[in-house]
Design a protein around this ligand. Structure first.
Ligand code: PRP
Length: 187
């Protein structure tokens, strides 16, 4: 159930990335991707739910033909702010990616455990190529090294919400990325 009394903006202690900055960077990434994948069979695979706003903005800035597909995974055994590396597929690809140039679109790479699992899984589907685009990268928390081809912003080790990212499933609809006030965790 949605807690209707939450004041989303008031819960933010610091805005890390303003809406304008996000939109400008997404356009830059899309231009780079459009150039790099020109003449190829581009399929964007978005990992729900956090990457939804990023995916929607990124694909609309890309100027070459593309297909999209959606996966949803959840890590289990972790906490509200920490992933565990144990990944369960809640929604699988709808179509074959055999022979496609797949670009995996993520909102954030933290420990890298989710991505590590997904890359192994997708490699098994025989794509022509497989690369990664993430809006946010938090390298300080990485537990497994994975190549990331397109990075929107590298951020410090703070728990962020907004523009798709949640705490307790809320805050995803904020148009900026911010850091929650500490008292929000403890209440
Ligand atoms: C987030 C994010 C990545 C993962 C990154 O998803 O979208 O998939 O965590 O963390 P990691 O690098 O430590 O594995 P989350 O499980 O919060 O699901 P959501 O996208 O539905 O919010």
């Amino acid at each position: 159930m949605v807690r209707a009394d939450v004041d989303l903006v008031a819960d933010i202690g610091e805005v890390l990335l303003e809406e304008d900055a996000i939109q400008a960077r997404v356009a830059e990434l899309a231009a780079q991707i459009s150039a790099d994948y020109s003449g190829r069979q581009l399929t964007l695979v978005s990992v729900l739910k956090g990457s939804l706003p990023f995916m929607a903005d990124l694909m609309r800035h890309i100027t070459i033909p593309l297909r999209i597909d959606l996966m949803e995974v959840s890590s289990y055994g972790g906490t509200a702010t920490e992933s565990s590396g144990l990944v369960r597929i809640l929604k699988d690809l709808s179509s074959s990616i055999d022979g496609s140039d797949v670009l995996l679109v993520e909102d954030i790479i933290d420990t890298g455990l989710t991505l590590n699992y997904l890359l192994r899984y997708l490699r098994g589907k025989n794509p022509a190529s497989l690369r990664v685009c993430t809006l946010l990268d938090k390298p300080a928390r990485r537990l497994v090294e994975i190549p990331v081809d397109y990075i929107g912003f590298t951020i410090p080790d703070q728990f962020v919400v907004g523009y798709g990212l949640d705490y307790g499933e809320l805050y995803r609809n904020l148009r900026f990325v911010g850091v929650l006030r500490p008292e929000v965790y403890s209440s």
